[in-house]
Design a binder for this molecule. Sequence first.
Ligand SMILES: [Zn+2]
Length: 83
Amino acid sequence: MLVTEITAPPAHHRTRLLNLRAKQCRFILSDDLRDAVCCGAPTQEGSSWCAWHRKLVYIPSRLERYRQLTDGSEAASSTRRKS
Ligand SMILES: [Zn+2]
């Protein structure tokens, strides 16, 4: 697994989509969308997902990861030159 420091939210948070309140994780766990059950775990301010599901749904782009690794300093020199 990619996620190491955050554990999956406990099942007792699970809430039907129709009963979901603000600041509850909106990650849908069930297959049946008509009676969808969401994660329901508490979310951080401004996020639709709990920390666990945010990690699952958010995948940084290659370029973003590259910038994090190289601090962006070598991004310009990676373009090919015709000589
Ligand atoms: Zn969640």
